[in-house]
Structure formats: structure tokens, C-alpha cells
Write a protein that binds this ligand. Structure first.
Ligand SMILES: Nc1ncnc2c1ncn2[C@@H]1O[C@H](COP(=O)(O)OP(=O)(O)OP(=O)(O)O)[C@@H](O)[C@H]1O
Length: 589
């Protein structure tokens, strides 16, 4: 499509205005010899091809103005394809140029003797007018080209900003948002569309933001974003043009995410069998077995209660295996929504389902290629995915969701569960054939209460780590606490021990951890001791709420506030993790 065609309406308007001002007809032809605008007889010829070898053709080819008034139907016209039928009594044609290229022609046309007379009388004036009209159209074309280029550049900038894995916001001198990328929207948890954010004041989104250039330094702050707080590391830079500030760029990352990335790196990089602490016979026996199993490629099934160290074992086995320099990829089958689990495991082809990325996505199996895939909470793998996993284990190839080409994968599988898989098989909650495929090397990790003195050895180790993590002096257990620890049954195992020690080490004022430094539930003995006298003084609704709050508080103290802790709480209370989150929210815990 020609530039003139894009501006067709505007060109027709210019033609009509000129025609009524000058009492002469006007027409415009584009570089493809198509009539774009016209008045008089040419109003009926719009969008049609112009006659061949006409005067307009010559102007398009030579780029020079042509005038034919006196010699109409003479030499200049004799090769024109409409020579015989032409009704023109005179014409003047001027090229329309962009960057020295002829992109069309504008002409003044006389169709009768009156118009021709006018053309003759006002010859100089009309010539000037025609050149000016060509110039007006050239300017309009230039503006359109510039706007077009700006739109393209804007789209490119948006694409570049969006592809950066960091929150980016650009604001103008009035502190209004001109650009925001998807990552920024995600970190800030803004739930309205991008279009509605552009033009808004940055302060209406992050109300405590101090917009001062951070001079290339990264600062840490907690931003108040509508109803929540987001801890970020950010940098602010003023963007200058000719020494004038034109806008301000705010780049930021959520601290939580950075810590998670760092944790993932350190976890997989440093963990080996030396990190599994304990001297008890039951533990050392399973460690020995695991070291032998690490040398093979066989599938391992780790069973044991929550917090006994199944993931720790899986990482240590990977670190001791021939795959140690390849990826260790973990996926928790219980914490990923059922409808997403298949694509998380196997990946998906582009456009496989609504909401899928247009580029498609690689799954955990492919990510773990040549390395180890740890399938945590395998007992929670939905029944409909079990045959698919079985097929992958048998054929050693995956098919992405929405695809049909098998992809070869070389992955060592380690899976884990706190559930009794054999019983689950009996109850028809887990396929027998899959169970046998996974249970090639079963390793059972004993609970902490059955590991003789391991609780004290682990405590030493954890207290050492805590003094570094919390930046405090090394703490020791009092004799009473040691006795208490030896008799307590540790339902949350080593994870619970870690939580209890972190609580106590943070709160104890001396280097000795005493009974009173332990979380309340330790000396309250059990949940049975929760006092509900005070809650009975209010309405039934309020007392029920208060009682629930006390119970949940008890369990949070016991198992900690981490996701794993919450999973254990949900399990003990016989509710789903989602229900637990809703309750915690309702009860403002
Ligand atoms: N023997 C051990 N020595 C040192 N730390 C341990 C030991 N066992 C477990 N831990 C620590 O306890 C915490 C819980 O361990 P891990 O996540 O491996 O347990 P898990 O059995 O996989 O739990 P879940 O079944 O809830 O997923 C981790 O911080 C881990 O480092």
C-alpha cells in the first residue's frame, strides 16, 4: 500500500478544499498510478488506474513539473491511452516527493473553457499554489512516517523492557508512569491492566517511594503497595538529554526472589553426605545404603516422616553420583495445582492451552536432562498423571503437552513421600505398576525420636549454623533442655528441631538455652492445655475464632511459619494447605 493511500481521506479533503477555493478541479495519483483523490469528473475515478503514458506518468517518472494548457491534445498527449476520450482542456501536474523519491503527483485540471481560461489568466498563481499543495501533502506524509517510526520504536522499547527479568518503571517529570514492564506488575501485585497504569502517578502505586537518583547504588526498602508491603532492592536513575532531565528509570527486584535464587544455588551446590548429621545406628545404616545407591542410576524411593531429611538425602545422593556436575531439579507434586503439574513436568508446546506462553515451555524432565529429577511428595501425584509418568520411566522419553514428538531424556529419578505408598496402593490411591517402577531402591529414613542421641548431635550442628546465620554468639542447651529434647517425640523431626532452636536462640538472653526459652507448647506439654476460659466470655462466633487462633498459633510455634511447616500443620489438622492459608488470613495470623 502506498503512503498516499494511507492518507487517502486527508488527500481527498485537501483536493476538495483547493477545488472550491480555486474553482478548478484537482486530482492526486500515487506511485502505483492509482487515483487517490479527485474532484469534478475525477471524483468518479477514485481508486481506479490512471490512463497509461499520460502527463501524470511522465511526472512520476521524471520528477519534474509539467504544464499543458495551450497544446492540449497535442504532442504531449498523443501517446496517452485515453487520448480520444479525454475531457481535459488543460492541466498542470506537480510531483509529490519524500526524501527525493517521487511518491505521487498532484494536478490542477480544467474540464471546460471557463476553467481553462482561469488557468491561463492565473497561470503563475496556480503554479505556486500547486507547488504549495504538493508541499502540504509531503509534510503530512513526513509526519505520518515519523509517527509510524515512533510507534515502531515504542513497540521495540516495550518489548525490550518486558524481556528484562527485573521490575522496570519509567516516570516522566510529573512523576507519572510512562512505561512499566510485566515483571514490575507481578512484583507489585498490581491487578489492573497495563493500559490503566500508564499515566498514573507513581505515588498512587508505591506511596512511600522517595524518587531521588540513587547515584548508581542499589538500596533496600519496603515499599507500601496498596494493601501490602514489598521488600525490594532498587536503583533510581535520572535519564538526561542535552543536560535536561527527561524521565526517571526505577529498576527493582523483590528481595524474596533473590534469596530464593541464592538459596537454590547454595542448596544444590554444597549439599553432600557430610551435611547429614547423626550417629545413630538407624541413620548411619541408611546413609551407607544411600552412598552405594548413589553410584548406580536406579530409581530411589525415599520414605520417612515429614522433616526427616528426605530432600537432604536426595541432594546428597545426586552430589555423590556420576551426574553431580549436571542439574538437580526438584518438583513438589503436592504444591503445584493439579492442572499445571503435567506441563510443569513435561513442558508444553506454544499455544497448548489458554494462558500458555506463546513460546512454549520446557518442563522439569528436560531441565534435569543428564542430571537428577527429585519428585517430592510423589504420593500426591494425581491418578490421571500416574500412567504418563510410568510411560516416561519406561520409554525414557517425554511428549510435551499439546505436542506429539517424543523427546529423549536421560534423567535419574529420586522420589520421596511421607505417605505410606504401599497402603496407598492398597487403597487404590496409587498405581501398583508405578509403585514397583519407583520402588527399585527403597530407603527409609527413621524419625528423629528413634535415633538415640541424634537429637543432641543435630542440635549442636544447628546451633553452630544459627550463630552464623543470626550473627549471635554460640548458644548451648541446658541440662533440662537436653533431657526434654531426648524425651520429646519430635513429630516435625529435624525441621521442627531447627525451628525450636531458632526460636530459642533468638529469644534467650544468655548463652544458655533454658526451658523457658523454648516455644510455649514445650512447657504447656500439649495442645490439650490450651486455655479456653477467656474465649468463652464472648459470642459463640468470636469464641470459636479465638479458639481457632490459639490452636493455629500453637502449631505455628511448633512447626514454624515456612511452607513446609504449614504443610505439616495442614496435615496434622486434616485440612488442605489452601484452607489453612485462608484460615490464617481470616484470623490475621
Ligand atoms: N540428618 C540431618 N542433619 C542435618 N540437617 C537435617 C537432617 N535431616 C533434616 N535436616 C534439615 O531439616 C530440614 C528438613 O529436611 P528435608 O526438607 O530434607 O525433609 P523432608 O523429609 O524432605 O521433609 P518433607 O517431607 O516435609 O518435604 C532441612 O532444613 C534439612 O537441612
Amino acid at each position: 500500500m502506498s503512503y498516499l493511500k494511507i492518507l487517502q481521506d486527508r488527500i481527498q479533503q485537501i483536493s476538495e478544499d483547493l477545488s472550491s477555493a480555486l474553482s478548478i478541479d484537482v486530482t492526486v495519483v500515487d506511485e502505483n498510478f492509482i487515483r487517490i483523490g479527485g474532484t469534478g469528473k475525477y471524483a468518479y475515478e477514485i481508486n481506479k488506474c490512471c490512463p497509461e503514458n499520460s502527463l501524470f506518468h511522465r511526472v512520476l517518472e521524471t520528477g519534474n513539473m509539467e504544464i499543458n494548457i495551450e497544446n492540449i491534445k497535442g504532442d504531449k498527449c498523443k501517446n496517452c491511452s485515453s487520448y480520444k476520450s479525454c475531457k481535459e482542456t488543460g492541466n498542470m501536474a506537480c510531483p509529490i516527493k519524500i526524501d527525493d523519491n517521487v511518491v505521487g503527483v498532484i494536478g490542477f485540471i480544467a474540464f471546460d473553457m471557463n476553467q481553462r481560461k482561469l488557468m491561463e489568466q492565473k497561470y503563475i498563481e496556480y503554479q505556486k499554489m500547486l507547488k504549495r499543495a504538493a508541499l502540504i501533502i509531503e509534510n503530512e506524509l513526513m509526519n505520518m512516517k515519523i509517527t509510524n517510526r515512533l510507534n515502531i520504536e515504542m513497540a521495540e522499547i516495550n518489548e525490550i523492557i518486558n524481556s528484562i527479568n527485573k521490575g522496570i518503571i519509567i516516570i516522566n517529570s510529573e512523576e507519572k508512569i510512562t512505561h512499566i514492564n510485566s515483571k514490575a506488575i507481578k512484583i507489585l501485585g498490581i491487578n489492573f491492566s497495563k493500559d490503566r497504569i500508564i499515566g498514573k502517578s507513581i505515588k498512587s502505586i508505591v506511596n512511600n517511594l522517595d524518587i531521588a537518583d540513587t547515584q548508581n547504588k542499589e538500596l533496600i526498602d519496603t515499599w507500601n503497595v496498596t494493601e501490602k508491603n514489598v521488600k525490594v532492592i532498587y536503583q533510581i536513575k535520572e535519564l538526561m538529554l542535552n543536560k535536561q532531565k527527561i524521565s526517571t528509570l526505577i529498576g527493582f527486584d523483590e528481595i524474596k526472589e533473590i534469596i530464593n535464587i541464592a538459596m537454590n544455588y547454595t542448596k544444590s551446590d554444597n549439599i553432600d553426605f557430610s551435611c547429614i548429621i547423626g550417629n545413630s545406628k538407624s541413620l548411619t545404616k541408611v546413609v551407607e545404603k544411600a552412598k552405594i545407591a548413589a553410584k548406580s542410576d536406579s530409581t530411589i524411593l525415599l520414605q520417612g516422616d515429614s522433616g526427616t531429611g528426605k530432600e537432604l538425602f536426595a541432594r546428597a545422593i545426586h552430589a555423590e553420583s556420576r551426574r553431580k556436575n549436571e542439574a538437580f531439579v526438584a518438583i513438589n507434586c503436592a504444591s503445584i495445582p493439579e492442572n499445571l503439574l503435567e506441563s510443569e513436568l513435561f513442558g508444553y508446546e506454544k499455544g497448548a492451552f489458554t494462558g500458555a506462553s506463546t513460546k512454549g515451555r520446557i518442563g522439569k524432565f528436560e531441565l534435569a536432562n543428564n542430571g537428577t529429577l527429585f519428585l517430592d511428595e510423589i504420593g500426591d501425584l494425581p491418578l490421571h498423571l500416574q500412567p504418563k509418568l510410568l510411560r516416561v520411566l519406561q520409554d525414557r522419553e517425554i511428549i510435551k503437552v499439546g505436542g506429539n514428538t517424543p523427546i529423549k531424556v536421560d534423567v535419574r529419578i529420586i522420589c520421596a513421600t511421607h505417605r505410606n505408598l504401599e497402603q496407598l496402593v492398597r487403597e487404590k490411591g496409587f498405581r501398583k505398576d508405578l509403585f514397583y517402577r519407583l520402588n527399585v531402591i527403597p530407603l527409609y529414613i527413621p524419625p528423629l525420636k528413634d535415633r538415640e542421641n541424634d537429637v543432641l548431635i543435630c542440635s549442636e550442628y544447628i546451633l553452630n549454623k544459627l550463630s552464623i546465620k543470626l550473627g549471635i554468639s554460640r548458644k548451648f542447651l541446658s541440662k533440662e533442655v537436653e533431657e526434654k529434647f531426648k524425651t520429646y517425640d519430635w513429630p516435625g523431626n529435624v525441621r521442627e528441631l531447627e525451628n525450636v532452636l531458632e526460636y530459642a536462640a533468638t529469644l534467650s538472653s544468655s548463652s544458655e538455652i533454658r526451658l523457658e526459652d523454648l516455644p510455649e507448647y514445650f512447657y504447656e506439654k500439649s495442645i490439650d492445655n490450651i486455655d479456653c476460659k477467656d474465649v468463652l466470655e464472648c459470642s459463640l462466633d468470636e469464641s470459636t475464632k479465638e479458639y481457632q487462633r490459639k490452636i493455629l498459633k500453637y502449631y505455628i510455634d511448633k512447626y514454624g511459619n515456612s511452607t513446609k511447616g504449614k504443610k505439616q500443620i495442614a496435615k496434622e489438622l486434616g485440612i488442605s494447605l489452601a484452607t489453612l492459608y485462608r484460615k490464617l488470613d481470616d484470623l490475621e495470623l
